[in-house]
Design a protein around this ligand. Structure first.
Ligand code: ADP
Length: 389
């Protein structure tokens, strides 16, 4: 019918060509394209012969179509191979990308670890620097203290030779003069001067010995039980006859904080007596009129001693230095008084060794009040026999 007409043959050939071109254009897969196109050409040839179309036309068309099919097959094959290559490439790229991402992640982790290490090291270095700055400051302070102490020691030695020579001259000078005394009164006066100079020398030597014991670290605190009121009485008796006090008519008094029949305490009696002597002696030495009193009170387990005078007072700027070794207050009124600048420093060291402390309140020309505290004075004997420092 349709194929039999020559123009229809041409028409159907055209259709086959369109099919071939379309199948290439829509990228029909190689196998599907080959089967479909060979089926079409076979059907075309069968239809041509079945309907007795001019064989020359059918054959020539068929050759033409076979050529087109071969070219189409090559194109389909090429497309497929190209696609497959592309796909493989894509897979490889994806794999590489994954590897790159993994490497990136590893790198970031390494960077994070290194950053943390660096930060830690940085912090350590900062701490180290801070520590070194502190140590450096401490070293500078220690060096300054050592230099200061060295200077003070040299000054002390120079001072000491003078301090020792003065009473020695007094002793020897007046000892020689004894032979020449013209009256008994003069003789007694010389003897008194010798005794006074001797006592002064002894005090000085005691201070120096105490100081060297403290320096050598061999000073021991030995606690024992004793009646505190007896000790305060001894101190009172010792100073009530003090020439300086008597001559100037200074009122001298004391008050106990415990009853006589219940005043047992446990501490180092010898040191406590030395402390009291030092502080009361200072009050006598630096007071020219008015009064001097000392008293104690009990505050829980602590013994609080107060020594008060209406003496020359201590300037505020000197108050923090008077407990340092070889330090004297600079109020211009200490001259003429036997002074070494050691008493309070020894006192403070004793108190510290006994666990206590000392402080001062003072006003120039009004007076001074020294307060020292000793802790645990009621501990049992048993606990304290081992407690020697
Ligand atoms: P010293 O009395 O031998 O100089 P201290 O260490 O006992 O040594 O005292 C240090 C300084 O403190 C004294 O030189 C004095 O200036 C001052 N001082 C101590 N006690 C008193 C006081 N009760 N009144 C005024 N000044 C005092």
């Amino acid at each position: 019918m349709l194929v039999r007409m020559p123009e229809v043959v041409v028409y159907s050939s055209g259709l086959i060509l369109v099919f071939l071109a379309g199948s290439v254009l829509i990228k029909l897969r190689f196998l599907a394209f080959s089967i479909a196109s060979w089926l079409v050409i076979i059907l075309y040839i069968i239809a041509g012969f079945t309907f007795q179309v001019n064989p020359t036309i059918v054959l020539s068309n068929s050759f033409f179509f076979i050529g087109a099919i071969v070219i189409g097959m090559i194109a389909a094959y090429r497309t497929e191979v190209f696609n497959r290559d592309n796909f493989d490439l894509y897979l490889q790229i994806a794999k590489k990308n994954a590897q790159i991402e993994q490497a990136n992640r590893n790198l970031e982790e390494k960077v994070a670890v290194r950053t943390k290490l660096l930060n830690d090291r940085n912090r350590e270095l900062n701490d180290e620097v801070k520590h070194r700055v502190i140590v450096e400051k401490e070293l500078i302070a220690a060096k300054e203290r050592a230099e200061e102490s060295d200077k003070l020691k040299s000054a002390f030695l120079a001072n000491m030779s003078h301090e020792i020579r003065t009473p020695m001259n007094g002793i020897l000078g007046f000892a020689h003069l004894l032979h020449e005394a013209e009256s008994e009164e003069e003789f007694n006066e010389f003897v008194n001067t010798i005794i006074k100079s001797g006592e002064h020398l002894l005090n000085l030597i005691n201070d120096i010995i105490d100081l060297s014991k403290i320096e050598a670290g061999i000073l021991k605190i030995e606690k024992s039980q004793f009646e505190l009121n007896r000790l305060t009485r001894e101190i009172y008796d010792m100073f009530s006859a003090n020439q300086h006090i008597v001559e100037r008519n200074i009122q001298f008094g004391y008050k106990d904080g415990l009853p006589d029949d219940n005043c047992l305490i446990l501490t180092d009696r010898v040191r406590l007596k030395q402390i009291l002597i030092n502080v009361v002696n200072n009050a006598c030495k630096y007071t020219d009129h008015g009064s001097i009193e000392f008293y104690y009170k009990i505050d829980g387990e602590n013994l609080v001693f107060v020594v008060k005078d209406t003496g020359i007072g201590i300037p505020e700027e000197s108050q923090k230095h008077i407990f340092d070794r070889f330090m004297q207050a600079s109020n211009g009124k200490t001259s003429g008084r036997e002074s070494t600048g050691l008493g309070l420093s020894i006192t403070k060291t004793y108190l510290n060794l006994m666990g206590g402390n000392i402080s001062v309140k003072s006003e120039v020309n009004v007076g001074s009040e020294f307060t020292f505290v000793l802790p645990h004075i009621f501990e049992t004997q048993k606990t304290l026999t081992n407690d020697t420092i």
